[in-house]
Design a protein around this ligand. Sequence first.
Ligand SMILES: Cc1ncc(COP(=O)(O)O)c(C=O)c1O
Length: 356
Amino acid sequence: MKKHNYSAGPCILPQEVFEKSAQAILDFNNSGLSILEISHRSMDFVAVMEEARALVLELLGLEGKGYQALFLQGGASLEFLMVPYNLMKNNGKASYLDTGTWASAAIKEAKFFGETIVVASSKSENYSFIPKDYTIPVDADYFHCTSNNTIFGTQMKSFPETNVPMVCDMSSDIFSRTLDFSKFDLIYAGAQKNMGPAGTTLVVVKEEILGKTNRHIPSMLDYQQHIAKESMYNTPAVFAIYSSLLTLKWLKNLGGISAIEKINEAKANLLYEEIDRNPLFKGTAVKEDRSIMNATFLLNDETHKEQFDLLWKEAGISGLNGHRSVGGYRASMYNALPIESVQVLVDVMKNLENRI
Ligand SMILES: Cc1ncc(COP(=O)(O)O)c(C=O)c1O
């Protein structure tokens, strides 16, 4: 039986993506070859790469606005250092908003390159909220933020107005909600949440911000090199990019980001209403900053843990345990998770209440 998969990532993808990916492993485009054995230089795969890069910009509303989409490797974690490598000037400075584990990992890497100003942090409150009152230095080379904090279940609902280039780690909420993406100069995201299997990282960058650092950038870490080679500087993650294209097409057929946003809001409302109503549970993030992708919550009385864990596992739910730095539970409701799965979880929570 297919599980209700609440995993934080890698995570659930649309069923049709699993099926079409499986088919392509056996025979890609009726070529008599598997997607796993074709050359990345073959016409069929070059077409996949071109379509995927174009579809990313189309879905984000960034076509014809000076942006390039790249499918790189090394995960979002490699972007933590590629961003300062490519954007922080020699003797320059960067500014960061510290909203969680991943934001602080990005800050750690930036510090190797130069002055790194943390404009605000919610660390002292175990990252349970998004800081809002802060000033971005006007002479910073860029400002970096994390739109969704996968571990702590918080999400930025608005973004600062600033004249410095804005960089955003959207690993865990890309393609999930409508935003004015043209406010951002560089967006990156590991594929393994809303886009595809692990193995490729999406980078969307406004070309005009590049080439200004006076740094020597090693070729594999240089966005300009990847742009010049149309995301094929070296052998790309062929299979991960193909499956990502399938997911992007699924999203387009569904009606794009505005359509999935409505579904995601309905799922999040359903679960948060139960967390707030049910006396056995409490949410960990402050309400106004709650993520519609990752809902983090605790049992008020830990003695019910064994019973609750048994009930959700019996209901076919998987991946609900919280990250160790928050404890309790984390329900990751990425784009492909159907609302029926959320209803199953809500029913289990009600069931626990009825038994106690
Ligand atoms: C917001 C965010 N940034 C970065 C990362 C790290 O991504 P990767 O494992 O692709 O390096 C994650 C992983 O979950 C994440 O959720």
